[in-house]
Design a protein around this ligand. Structure first.
Ligand SMILES: C[S@@+](CC[C@H](N)C(=O)[O-])C[C@H]1O[C@@H](n2cnc3c(N)ncnc32)[C@H](O)[C@@H]1O
Length: 140
C-alpha cells in the first residue's frame, strides 16, 4: 500500500507509514516516505493528509475508537479515510461451504480475539463508528 501510494503522490508527495513494528517498511527509503515506529495513539502527526488508510489494525486494539478519532483528525477537510477491518464471525472459504477444518480455524481466531477482550466482528460495527465521527460514508 505504501509503495502504491508513493507512486500516486509522485516524487514531491509524502507518504507516512506508522506501525509498532516497521520491519516490513524499512526498504522504503525514498525521500517521499517517512516511517514512524510506535503506537499510533502515542505518536504525534502534525500533517494534514488527503488520505489515511488502515487495514486489520483496529481489530487488534482496545483503543480502536480513539484511533479512529485520531485518524479522522489528521485528515484535511474533504480528505478520505479508507479503513479495512474484518468480521471473522462470518468469514467463509469461497466455494468450500461446510468445510469443518476451516470453521475450526475460524472459531479459534474468534476465541483468540475474545480472550483478549477484542471484537472478532469489528468490521461489522465500523460503518456506524465512522458515521459517529461525523464523516460521510462514500462506500461500504
Ligand atoms: C494484521 S497486521 C496488518 C498489517 C497491514 N496493515 C496489512 O494489512 O497487511 C496488524 C499490524 O498493525 C500493527 N499495529 C497494531 N496495533 C497498532 C498500534 N496501536 N499502533 C501501531 N501499529 C499497530 C501491528 O504491528 C501489525 O503490523
Amino acid at each position: 500500500m505504501m509503495r502504491w501510494l508513493g507512486n500516486v503522490v509522485g516524487p514531491i508527495g509524502r507518504v507516512v507509514g506508522v506501525d509498532r513494528n516497521t520491519s516490513h517498511l524499512r526498504h522504503l527509503s525514498d525521500s517521499r516516505f517517512q516511517i514512524i515506529e510506535g503506537d499510533f495513539l502515542e505518536i504525534s502527526l502534525d500533517a494534514a493528509f488527503n488520505l489515511a488508510h488502515c487495514r486489520y489494525v483496529f481489530i487488534h486494539n482496545r483503543g480502536a475508537a480513539q484511533m479512529l478519532t485520531k485518524l479522522a483528525q489528521v485528515l484535511k477537510p474533504r480528505g478520505f479515510l479508507v479503513v479495512e477491518e474484518p468480521d471473522f464471525t462470518s468469514a467463509k472459504l469461497l466455494n468450500r461451504r461446510g468445510d469443518v477444518s476451516q470453521q475450526r480455524v475460524n472459531n479459534a481466531i474468534c476465541r483468540m480475539f475474545e480472550d483478549r477482550v477484542l471484537d472478532p466482528a469489528h468490521g461489522l460495527s465500523l460503518p456506524e463508528k465512522v458515521a459517529a465521527e461525523g464523516l460521510d460514508i462514500v462506500e461500504c
